[in-house]
Design a protein around this ligand. Structure first.
Ligand SMILES: [Zn+2]
Length: 285
């Protein structure tokens, strides 16, 4: 049994919001596609309840508008509600001009559904990189206290390879914000992704568990992330390129067991609570 608290987070979005499914599901079609969100969220909420764990739920504003009862259910179960942006656009597509309205629209959807105003943010597909560093200015200005969008790894789409892999403070002109990046594991002088999502399904489970054990023993809180659609082995299979199919469909039937094992072994609390307990939030917010 572990001693320190970690955070398990869920990016609350539909299977058709994933980046690898983009060409199959154009934005204009979304409202015509039957929702499968409950398939994953029912399993997630039951697992968390059974293991007395509380999580951070990064909701898309688009999802919160259409499923306010689900937002409410997460609030009532003691989970933290945070923002995953409005409609899963990458930060460099939203652009510096568009980010404020994207954040605001999401805040409004969450508050209208009955959640407190979010103070945590995760960009779609971890697209907060050196190229979109301006996002921190906007987050600070809008009162966000932490971000979980930087992935300190090398990756073709995202990543900030030299970034501090633990909890750190990012300072910008308007103030400061805490960064709580997803878990990585140092090996061979590099950081490897070990924080969940596809990696939780694609890598041998022992690698993920070991990475968390190492973080736990070193007293470093880990941030884990999973998507509801990763619990949904019966979702429609689309003809996508082989690399996307691997990333999106492989081992969907193993997600629940792996998450349950993590919940048994480690202690999880919402990110905001964890950061407050560790006095890791910026002062004066
Ligand atoms: Zn997402």
């Amino acid at each position: 049994m572990s001693h320190i608290a970690h955070t398990i987070s869920f990016d609350v979005e539909e299977y058709f919001h994933a980046l690898s499914m983009r060409e199959q599901f154009p934005r204009g079609d979304w409202d015509k596609i039957p929702s499968r969100l409950a398939v994953g969220m029912d399993q997630i909420l039951n697992l968390l309840d059974r293991h007395k764990a509380r999580a951070t739920m990064f909701f898309l504003g688009w999802v919160a508008e259409r499923h306010p009862a689900l937002v409410r259910r997460c609030v009532d179960a003691g989970h933290e509600i945070a923002s995953h942006g409005y409609e899963h656009k990458l930060l460099w597509e939203i652009g510096e001009q568009g980010l404020d309205s994207d954040l605001e629209r999401t805040e409004q959807a969450l508050v209208a559904a009955g959640a407190p105003r979010p103070v945590g943010f995760r960009a779609s597909t971890f697209t907060l990189t050196r190229r979109t560093w301006w996002a921190f200015d906007h987050l600070v200005r809008r009162g966000y206290r932490y971000d979980s969008s930087v992935h300190p790894v090398r990756h073709p789409t995202y990543g900030v390879p030299g970034f501090e892999p633990g909890i750190s403070t990012v300072r910008v002109a308007g103030g400061a914000i805490t960064e709580f990046p997803v878990l990585t594991r140092p090996m061979f002088g590099r950081n490897f992704p070990a924080g969940g999502g596809g990696y939780l399904r694609l890598l041998p489970y022992a690698f993920i568990r070991k990475s968390l054990e190492q973080a736990d023993q070193a007293g470093r809180p880990a941030m884990i992330y999973v998507h509801p659609w990763e619990f949904d082995a019966a979702q429609p299979r689309m003809a996508v390129k082989w690399s996307s199919a691997l990333r999106h469909y492989r081992n969907l039937d193993r997600t629940a067991d792996r998450v349950e094992d993590l919940l048994k072994r480690f202690r999880f609390v919402p990110a905001l609570e964890l950061l407050a307990e560790r006095r890791a939030l910026p002062a004066g917010a």
